[in-house]
Structures are given as structure tokens and as C-alpha cells.
Design a protein around this ligand. Sequence first.
Ligand SMILES: NC(=O)C1=CN([C@@H]2O[C@H](COP(=O)(O)OP(=O)(O)OC[C@H]3O[C@@H](n4cnc5c(N)ncnc54)[C@H](OP(=O)(O)O)[C@@H]3O)[C@@H](O)[C@H]2O)C=CC1
Ligand SMILES: CC(C)(CO)C(=O)C(=O)O
Length: 311
Amino acid sequence: MKVAIAGAGAIGSRFGLMLSQGGVDVTLIDGWKEHINAIRENGLQANYNGKDVTVKLPVMLQAEVGRAEKFDLVVVFTKSMQLAQMLHDIQGVLGEQTKVLCLLNGLGHVETLEKYVQRDNIFLGNTMWTAGLTGPGKVKLFGSGSVELENVGDGKQDDAKQLAEFLSASGLNASYSDNILYSIYRKACVNGTMNCLTTLLDCNMGQFGATSTAHQIVVTIVKEFAAVAKVEKIDLDVDELIAHVESCYDPSISGHYPSMYQDLIQNKRKTEIDYINGAISRKGRKYGVPTPYCDLITEMIHAKEELLGAK
Ligand SMILES: NC(=O)C1=CN([C@@H]2O[C@H](COP(=O)(O)OP(=O)(O)OC[C@H]3O[C@@H](n4cnc5c(N)ncnc54)[C@H](OP(=O)(O)O)[C@@H]3O)[C@@H](O)[C@H]2O)C=CC1
Ligand SMILES: CC(C)(CO)C(=O)C(=O)O
């Protein structure tokens, strides 16, 4: 299977590396010139579970994708606000049969995907793998993770199951979910707590979890997500979700600085807050459900973006 990772930042690079080590023909596509040039010249350099590994992978600059050979599978891994542009730029390598798997954090990506990809070819999911960029062409990868995915098109369950098996063959620990909207909300609860709180408090997940107020803040935010999801007929199991969020304090991943922290604190880049807590605030307003913590967090992250001059 010929695979492209469209959006080969931190987590896209992890997937590229693991698939390549699993023997898959994988190409990285990204818009960041220095990053793509560094991988082209020196390979993708990873500190992978404490060992230095270099992997030679074909790369393409997003703006130069053109009409190269079609891929069988494209895994999109841009930031939420870059998704539409990426899908626009890679049209030339999407064939009639090309499956597009979206594992971005956040809510509302199907609407964007459907503007560029036929519904039958869209697969949606999320991942608990972690990754961090340490410079152009360089990533730090540790810990373990998982992927959950489902078909968006009717009757494409078998394709989704095969896709999960295909990813698992490279160690990505993927499974088919028959209720991916539930899983996406479940993952959004992790991002709606860990990502914004570590960013506002300038700490990693374990350090946040060790504070005396962590549990109460997590409980309140998860309850806001659950109240909004309920209006959409998705019944979140609040206790299980709190335990799931708090599994981020496990020593195997507690040292991770979430992707929002990497964006704003490390790289002074704008965040995905409007697709996470901001999405809950908007939905809450629409449905008449109060979401005071998500409202405040969204405003505070935007204020911090302004203070740090994020681009
Ligand atoms: N990192 C993680 O551990 C996880 C991330 N996710 C999700 O996956 C998606 C992708 O996230 P992630 O891989 O972290 O994103 P990254 O920020 O690492 O990469 C996304 C894009 O941002 C641009 N970019 C990143 N850093 C720089 C820089 N220093 N200078 C210039 N451009 C840069 C690049 O594209 P361009 O130049 O075109 O802007 C890159 O493709 C998001 O939805 C995220 O929430 C999900 C699970 C875990
Ligand atoms: C859950 C977590 C924190 C790591 O998978 C993540 O999704 C992120 O860093 O954005």
C-alpha cells in the first residue's frame, strides 16, 4: 500500500517513521520548507524511545505536490486550522480509491473533509500516541499509544477494520470503533483538559496532575463536554472519561508537553483551542448549555496567543 502522511509535523513524523519501519512505502508531505529540506538531506532524525534513529523517507513540499502518482492511503495530520488548505493542495494525488484517514485532535473535521474527499473514502479517528518536534527534521518520540478509527461512508466497516489491521501491523495499535463520535468526544476531553491547562500553567501533564486542584478542574471540564455531547445524543460516561484523562499522569507519558503547549509556549504558534474547548463553548451557546470553564479557558488561551505574539 502506497501511503502519504499529509502534515508531517510531530505526530505525522511518528506515524511516518513507524509505518516505514513496518515496511510500508510512505511519503511525508508538509508545508514547512526547512523541515522538508532537512528530511530530504539528512533523513528524519528521531530520538525514538531513547535511541537515535535516522530514517530516509521520500518527502514532498505541500505547495509542490502537483499531480504525482496517486496514493492508496493519505493520513492527514495537519493542525485543525491547516486541514482545508492541505486537502486543497493534495487533490492531485487523491485517486477515486484513495482512502483519507483523519486523526486530528478536535471536533468538526468531517465537514471540512467532505468538501474535498468523497464520503465513502473518509475514515475518522483519533490517537493517543504522542510526539514532539525538536527542530526541522527532528522528533522526540517516547511512550506508547493507540489509534481508534471508523468509516464515515455507509457500509465501509470492512475497509475501516482492514485499515486498523494495516496500521497495527506497524505497531500503531489501531482498532475499529463502532462509535467514533463517542471516541472523538472522549479524546477531546483529554485535549480539553491536558492541552489547555498545561499551556496556561506552563507544565507537563504529570506536573499538572500532581497539583491539588487538578482533579476538580478535570471533573468540571469533562462535565461541560458531557452536557454538550448529550444534546447531540452522545452519552459520555463521565467517570470513565475522568479516569481516561487522568491516565495521562501515568509515568510512561506524564513527561509529555501536549501539542498545544508545543505550539504556543515553545513555538509561539496559534493553537487549536477553537476546535477543542472553543467548539464546546460555541455548541454550548447554541444549545443553551452553560460552559463557563470552556469559555474562560478559550478566552485565556486567545489572550496568551496575543501576549506571546503567536502567528
Ligand atoms: N503532537 C502530539 O503528540 C499529538 C498531536 N495530535 C494532533 O495531531 C495534529 C498535528 O499535530 P502536531 O503533529 O503536534 O503538529 P505540529 O505543530 O508538529 O505540525 C503541524 C504543522 O505545523 C507546521 N509547523 C510546526 N512547527 C513549525 C515550526 N516550528 N515552524 C514552522 N512551521 C511549523 C508545519 O506545517 P506548516 O509549515 O504547513 O504550517 C507542520 O506540518 C493536531 O491536530 C494535533 O492536535 C494528536 C495526538 C498527539
Ligand atoms: C493526548 C495528547 C496530550 C497526547 O496524545 C495529545 O493529544 C496532544 O499532545 O495533543
